[in-house]
Design a binder for this molecule. Structure first.
Ligand SMILES: Cc1ncc(C[n+]2csc(CCOP(=O)(O)OP(=O)(O)O)c2C)c(N)n1
Ligand SMILES: [Mg+2]
Length: 449
């Protein structure tokens, strides 16, 4: 006879075990009809394979509120909003390309090392930010700066992060541009390896559920691209959020490209949405160029996350109008005309402007005023940021670990201090570089042995 292991015996209650708080973790292994896979699945005699979640082979539909000309679809419900709120949405949608234009050009001038725009995804990003509560925990991929702006992060901090100067509160200048983070704004720091935020968000959602102060009030919202959804972490994350239920809203930004890989080569199934039901997760596909549809979808998804304590998946369809990043030239793999057509035919900003105009909430004059104001604000923040120094050089070694500085970090700090003492003033490239830091590296020089 095969004896169950001690672990299984303990789980089955044969040995004394402190009761676990979470029923699903303590559930003993006890075969019963209930535990068998799909025990209530109907029995059929037809040899019927299937490959569609809609049942009839059609594609998952796309939820929309506004048509291409900004007119509400028949029967579509508009999100609750007044003129001031609608104008605020539009202003933030317009702020993104204004900032993107300036930061992209600054990178081209060699003043910052890297940048990524969100051209074409303004409705997905601002609409989802507006649909969330400002203290929902956000785990982004990298194109979601608009969520931070919506939450009041401010232009100076955006510039500070991209320049890596003393106003970079995200990472004290130790990260690449666009790797924002802000505990105050409930925005977890961006990390470049694709997909890592997806299982992390399952954990964050679970933690929120366990926190008596935030349970039933806050969710985790996790953004990722359709390319990142090909990472193993996507499946691990959705599996976790599904089986250890977590109020985590997964927002897949399907913008048609993962650098040069078009989504037609990224998956063979029906986009990312088709995967949600496989994990038992409520799912919707939404027109990511329709800001009002995105708001409605996110608000309803949030309600479901909190009501059921479970994950929800939204796939927002859009088109990445810009290059992947400043390290990319997308015309090497897609025709310029395709991009121009998309900008003209399905422009999320223009679509919402038509809607505002139809309500009498916007006109040419307001447009001119807004564009001039945003440009002036962005240029002011840029000029200010450009002249700021970096954090003290010694900050390079802080925040790696919590608590006392370990020996290996101390060793590296001392090594740099020794080198600075020897070459800091003697070698021109170092002398020049040191002037860019607050205190010109004095903090480290002082500690040199
Ligand atoms: C694990 C990993 N593999 C590859 C990369 C390089 N990489 C950076 S962004 C990117 C494309 C991601 O595309 P998608 O998830 O669709 O997001 P989008 O850029 O379209 O917003 C790739 C392959 C990476 N950062 N991490
Ligand atoms: Mg993509």
């Amino acid at each position: 006879m095969i004896r169950p292991s001690r672990f299984v015996q303990r789980l089955a209650g044969k040995a004394t075990l402190k009761p676990l708080k979470h029923a699903h973790l303590a559930r003993p292994y006890a075969p019963s009809a209930q535990n068998l896979p799909k025990s209530n699945s109907p029995i059929v005699s037809k040899l019927d394979f299937f490959n569609s979640v809609t049942g009839d082979g059609t594609q998952i539909p796309t939820y929309r509120v506004l048509d291409g000309a900004g007119k509400p679809l028949e029967g579509a419900e508009l999100p609750e909003m007044d003129e001031a709120y609608a104008r605020r949405l539009y202003e933030y949608m317009q702020l993104l390309p204004t900032l993107d234009n300036v930061l992209y050009n600054i990178q081209r001038q060699g003043k910052i090392s890297f940048y990524m725009t969100s051209y074409g995804e303004e409705a997905t990003i601002i609409g989802s930010a507006a649909g969330l509560e400002n203290d929902d925990e956000v785990l982004g991929q990298y194109r979601e700066m608009g969520v931070l702006l919506w939450r009041g992060f401010g232009l100076d901090k955006v510039m500070g992060q991209c320049f890596g100067n003393e106003e970079d509160t995200s990472g004290k200048g130790r990260q690449m541009p666009v790797h924002f983070g802000s505990p105050e704004h409930h925005f977890h720091t961006i990390s470049s390896p694709l997909g890592t935020q997806i299982p992390q968000a399952a954990g964050v959602g679970f933690a929120l559920r366990r926190d008596p102060n935030r349970r039933s009030r806050s969710i985790a919202a996790c953004y990722f691209g359709e390319g990142a959804a090909s990472e193993g972490d996507f499946h691990a994350g959705l599996m976790l959020a599904s089986t250890i239920p977590a109020p985590t809203l997964y927002i897949a930004r399907n913008n048609g490209f993962a650098i040069s890989t078009p989504s037609s080569e990224q998956y063979h199934g029906d986009g990312i949405a088709s995967r949600g039901p496989g994990y038992g997760i409520d799912t919707i596909r939404v027109d990511g160029n329709d800001v009002l549809a995105v708001i409605n979808a996110v608000r309803e998804a949030r309600r479901r996350c909190l009501g059921q304590g479970r994950a929800v998946l939204i796939e927002a369809m859009s088109y990445r109008v810009g290059h992947h990043s400043t390290s990319d030239d997308s015309f090497a793999y897609r025709p310029r005309s395709e991009v121009e057509d998309r900008k003209r035919l399905d422009n999320p900003i223009l679509r919402f402007r038509y809607f505002l105009e139809s309500r009498g909430w916007w006109n040419n004059e307001a447009e001119e005023e807004l564009k001039a104001r945003l440009k002036a604000d962005v240029m002011k923040a840029f000029k200010r940021s450009e002249s700021l120094k970096r954090w003290e050089l010694g900050e390079l070694f802080t925040d790696v670990y919590g608590g006392e500085e370990p020996w290996n970090i101390r060793e590296q700090r001392q090594e740099l201090a020794t080198l600075l003492k020897k070459y800091g003033n003697a070698w021109e490239p170092w002398r020049k570089e040191l002037t860019k830091f607050k205190n010109n590296g004095e903090d480290l020089l002082k500690s040199a042995p």
